[in-house]
Design a protein around this ligand. Structure first.
Ligand code: NAD
Length: 490
């Protein structure tokens, strides 16, 4: 056991003006996914609390010098914050693992490092970002200057809590904005601990505030007149509601990272079926399938179908469920009971609609909430397992014969976040990467590296805009055109 879940000192409240303060709203009780007997209350923010958080951030943007100082001094502060995050990694990891589906060992080896890497990397982008002089006649000079928006309202989900929050606050702050972050109501603790390190790093008070609460608190943030830009990661349905709210409350720009339904397209000539089976099985069981980039639809050419499915099923049978604080687990818990019920409901409806259950399909009997890795065969576009983002360890299977069929099946009518193509033929790979409608296409690969240069974001109901990469930094700046008349000296 990496930590004792009952003995952790949890930060609680809102992080406001550089310190933790009590929120005045209703109590929300988090049920720990790894041990549902463990109930952890947090207090949500009221609309008045949100006013305080946004106003304090506006004031800090106006008065602290954060927005107007050069990128280098900002980078020094953010780099110090990154060092502190690394130094407190064990504490952050325990708090993150306590209420999320993230295993402690993975948070230590990956999630916390992504946070510190994002702070360092986007600071470096800020240092190298340049605006432009446009082509003007000699007596005029027109140039652009990219300026921070002001206050960024950031809303994040529960499935990779500290990573997905950092994808937003690191570039937004590096660009000179202030940020008011509302993490998921299910997973506040790791983020609050990270926030508590900001003051020691030298971040001006108020430049980064964290407000806890559910969707209604998120809605208050989006609608707040003091918020200049909204950045969101979560479900497609919430993303659409946020876009509508942002349109009618100030016409604010939004960027939305939403759901996915990623295809794994495997051609007969693909090399090393064992390696592919490793990554397809991992791609749908990683974080128990609670990942927007989950490779949840296997679209396989008929010649390798049987051999590949046998290999994937064998790997799924070897998963080790367990609480996030245990060693060596490969199947973490599902975030809450309603998600677990939803997975079971979709699988059973899928079978009623003609899907063939090859393995799994049920909740496990362990303490906590676990769902068996599941394979459903014969899943065409009319089946619920094709239509819905299941957000669980459920792989649907469909078969193809020709290249055109493969592309037709890979392109989902609603989602377009990530896709994988497995083939030895470079022409097939490149043509598929062009014709698959998806924000990311991996060739002979599945999964994001720690590297942050590659932008991430979806098409259709998978989102608008990018996180990460230069695009994920530049979106937090607005371009102003400046035009000067130049008098010839007499
Ligand atoms: P969710 O949409 O239920 O909630 C996300 C966040 O939005 C939470 O903080 C929630 O409190 C808040 N919220 C809910 N209603 C709101 C409203 N009306 N206004 C403002 N805020 C509101 O999503 P979730 O269940 O927390 O996360 C899972 C979803 O996130 C999945 O669909 C997954 O695919 C998606 N996701 C996408 C990415 C990506 O990068 N594309 C990454 C991770 C997760």
């Amino acid at each position: 056991m990496h930590f004792d879940p009952k003995a952790l000192d949890r930060p609680n409240g809102m992080y406001l003006d550089g310190t933790l303060v009590e929120a005045a709203g209703e109590e929300f009780v988090i049920s720990c996914p790894s041990d549902t007997d463990l109930k952890l209350p947090v207090r949500m923010a009221t609309p008045e609390d949100m006013d305080r958080a946004v106003e304090s951030c506006r004031k800090a943007v106006r008065d602290s010098g954060w927005a107007t100082m050069g990128p280098r001094p900002r980078a020094e502060i953010l780099n110090r914050w990154a060092d502190l995050v690394d130094r407190h990694a064990a504490d952050i990891a325990a708090l993150e693992a306590l209420v999320s589906s993230r295993p402690y060992t993975e948070v230590m080896s990956r999630d916390v490092k992504v946070v510190s890497l994002a702070l360092r990397m986007f600071s470096a982008y800020a240092d190298t970002h340049e605006s432009s002089v446009t082509a003007t006649p000699a007596r005029q000079l027109s140039f652009t200057r990219d300026e921070p928006y002001g206050v960024i309202g950031a809303i994040s989900p529960w499935n990779f809590p500290v990573i997905l929050a950092a994808w937003k606050f690191a570039p937004a702050l590096a660009a000179g904005n202030g940020v008011v972050l509302k993490p998921s109501e299910f997973t506040p603790f790791g983020i609050l601990r990270i926030a508590q390190l900001a003051r020691e790093a030298g971040l001006p008070d108020g430049i980064f505030n964290v407000v806890l609460g559910d969707g209604s608190v998120g809605q208050t943030l989006v609608r707040h007149p003091g918020v200049d830009y909204v950045t969101f990661t979560g479900s497609s349905r919430t993303g659409a509601a946020i876009m509508a709210d942002a349109a009618t409350h100030g016409l604010k720009p939004v960027s939305l990272e939403l759901g996915g339904k990623g295809p794994q397209v495997v051609f007969d000539d693909a090399k090393d079926l064992d390696h592919i089976a490793d990554l397809v099985a991992r791609g749908v069981t990683y974080n128990s399938g609670q990942a927007c980039f989950s490779g949840s639809r296997l679209i396989v050419q008929s010649g390798v179908k049987q051999a590949l499915i046998e290999r994937i099923a064998a790997r799924m049978a070897r998963v080790r469920p367990g609480p996030t604080w245990a060693d060596g687990i490969t199947l973490p818990p599902v975030i809450n009971q309603s998600q677990l019920n939803r997975m079971a409901g979709i699988v059973s409806q899928s079978v009623n609609e003609g899907g063939v259950l090859l393995c799994g399909g049920h909740a496990m009997e362990e303490r906590g909430q676990f769902f068996e890795p599941t394979i459903l065969d014969g899943i065409g576009p009319d089946n619920i397992a094709f239509r819905e983002e299941i957000f669980g360890p459920v792989l649907s299977v469909d078969t193809f014969e020709t290249f055109d069929q493969a592309i037709g099946k890979a392109n989902h009518p609603d989602y377009g976040l990530t896709a994988s193509v497995w083939t030895r033929d470079i022409d097939v790979a490149m043509a598929a990467s062009r014709r698959i409608e998806s924000g990311t296409v991996w060739i002979n690969h599945w999964g994001r590296a720690m590297d942050m240069t590659s932008p991430f974001g979806g098409l259709k109901r998978s989102g608008i805009g990018k996180d990460m990469g230069r695009q994920g930094y530049g979106k937090y700046l607005k371009t102003k055109a400046i035009w000067m008349e130049i008098e010839e000296p007499a």
